[in-house]
Design a protein around this ligand. Structure first.
Ligand code: PZK
Length: 285
């Protein structure tokens, strides 16, 4: 691709460099479930997630600067790629949680705490937390899961001032997003952010994708019912089909999952479109 060299493949995204301090982030139409990349793509998923990220960057621009430089991208990638500043990234997954689910729930049930923050007795899967908490994680090696850590562990890695800045900014972004989404009938249960900085001592810059269904748990507010796993906004049809007898797949077998049927693909695509349209109030073109 003209002027860009491929440097990294994520599960569902690609990273290129221009060799001059800029990166090209490309969102593919690939989808993952149960830690596998599925053999079937979801048409427009990459464009939808990229457009949603760009919309959130606008909503957050008074809170924190972001890494976007330009949307002038190579032909064929229009809408699903952005040119970004290459930052010094903090090696911390900055997670904010307003509700209990996933690894937060697992840790709470074992210890009563998440990332060193003590939570009240009696919470269940899907409970709203008394106030949102910063629950950072350290990036695991490929194939491993991220490990939840406490603020002191983050401070030992990036310094106390940066750790506190990451916590404060992550919670400020979550509070803004939660408020916007709630008005539109969507619960942001949690979200994972990544930050970098431009130079030693420079302030935080928000990077990567933000507040997409791949980086966050979105729940339809009108179906929220603590006490059991909440339906996933985007992947529920995929999970339901993969775990149904119809798929013939045993997710504990270690075998690759089978291709999705067309109706599951179409309903899943519609959920991504709906998430974009419901959150932004815009029509997905
Ligand atoms: C960076 N990733 C993850 C993102 C992938 C992988 N602005 C930046 N500066 C330096 N590094 C990164 C970023 C950003 N964003 C992000 N890895 C490095 C990633 C997109 C596609 F394949």
């Amino acid at each position: 691709m003209a002027g860009f060299e491929h440097v990294y493949s994520g599960k569902v995204r690609e990273l290129y460099t221009d060799g001059a301090g800029r990166l090209l982030l490309v969102a593919s139409d690939r989808i993952s479930a149960y830690d596998f990349v599925l053999p079937t793509t979801i048409p427009d998923k990459g464009r939808i997630l990229t457009q949603l990220t760009l919309w959130w960057f606008e909503q957050l621009s008074d809170l924190v600067p972001n890494h976007v430089v330009s949307l002038d991208v190579p032909a064929g990638l229009a809408g699903r790629a952005m040119v970004c500043e290459r930052l010094e990234m903090y090696p911390v997954e900055c997670v904010a949680r307003g509700y209990l689910a996933g690894s937060g729930l697992v840790d709470y049930l074992r210890t009563g705490e998440v990332c060193g923050v003590s939570l009240p007795v009696g919470l269940v899967d899907g409970s709203r937390l008394p106030s949102p908490v910063f629950t950072p994680a350290t990036k695991a090696a490929l194939g491993e899961h991220d490990e939840n850590v406490d603020l002191d562990t983050v401070a030992a890695t990036v310094g106390r001032a940066a750790a506190e800045d990451l916590r404060r900014t992550t919670l400020a972004v979550y509070a803004r997003a939660e408020e916007i989404a709630r008005d539109r009938g969507v619960i942001v249960a949690d979200t994972k952010l990544e930050f970098g900085h431009r130079a030693a001592g420079g302030g935080l810059v928000l990077a990567d994708e933000v507040l997409t269904p791949d980086s966050s748990r979105f729940w339809p507010a009108d179906q929220w019912e603590p006490g059991h796993p909440q339906p996933s906004y985007d992947k529920q049809y995929v999970r339901d089909w993969l775990t149904s007898p119809a798929s013939g797949w045993d997710r504990t077998s270690g075998e690759a999952p089978p291709p999705l049927p067309d109706d599951v693909v179409e309903r899943t695509r519609a959920r991504y479109v709906q998430a974009y349209e419901q959150l932004t109030g815009r029509t997905f073109a």
